[in-house]
Design a protein around this ligand. Sequence first.
Ligand SMILES: NC(=O)c1ccc[n+]([C@@H]2O[C@H](COP(=O)([O-])OP(=O)(O)OC[C@H]3O[C@@H](n4cnc5c(N)ncnc54)[C@H](OP(=O)(O)O)[C@@H]3O)[C@@H](O)[C@H]2O)c1
Length: 260
Amino acid sequence: MNHRDSTVLITGASSGIGKDFAETLAAQGANLILTARSVDKLDALAGDLRARHSIRTDVIGADLSVPGAAAELVGEIDKRGLDVDFLINNAGFGTHGDLADADPTRISSEVALNVAALTDLTTAYLQLMTARGSGAIINVASTAAFQPVPHMAVYAATKAYVLSLSEALWWEARRNGVRVLALCPGATDTEFFDVVGSDDAAVGARRTTRQVVDTALDALAAGKPSVVDGLLNKVSANSPRFAPRRMVLAIAERAVRPRG
Ligand SMILES: NC(=O)c1ccc[n+]([C@@H]2O[C@H](COP(=O)([O-])OP(=O)(O)OC[C@H]3O[C@@H](n4cnc5c(N)ncnc54)[C@H](OP(=O)(O)O)[C@@H]3O)[C@@H](O)[C@H]2O)c1
């Protein structure tokens, strides 16, 4: 796919996988709309990419866990006269530990960001792209989407939602000129585990953000409904299909069990 001169909206662009999507697509000549809460980081990234690649960059600060924030973001983009050709719903976070011990406000924000804001942005731009007859959406799920994960129950459930939604939309959109892809990374070297608050949530060797982004853009170009990044992650994502559910739960629990 040629992204030159297209306009790409990336949520969670201030660090990790979202930042790497921004760097990779800027190098391919795409114009970027970057959003996250850390406007200082976004401004620095936008300035750097503009200078190096002569692209247009727009920075819009938003806390997408706040109800209505996604609609406000869509309104601000419209006000600036920008048409989004490619949406990357990447912003998200996880929580490690049993739900019985969790901070209810944090859990509510996690669902609002990972599920509600992603759905609102997908709906808004899928409709505009369908009317135009072209466009692309990548929704960042996770290998956690493929089985329930005790100690990360809400996070895994939000990512199962993202995978299910995106694959169904791939089908609905495929004859309308719009591509939809669920991207399922495994453990990746980002600030994700700092936010989670525990390295116990990391399963297997961490992949680089560049590997994840290359996997995603290749799968989008190939027209796939979903992709798992990395061979070992592919094997582990597919294995729950063939095992009894209790065994799946026991294996998932052991992988992220709090240590120490
Ligand atoms: N790293 C992994 O091992 C891994 C594995 C599978 C899936 N994923 C998924 O990959 C995506 C990106 O995560 P990452 O690994 O790159 O982690 P990261 O480095 O922590 O990046 C998360 C991004 O989301 C933004 N964000 C967090 N809360 C937000 C909010 N309330 N409103 C708006 N933006 C918010 C953050 O920016 P601000 O803090 O500036 O708002 C940041 O830009 C997430 O959906 C995550 O679930 C990650």
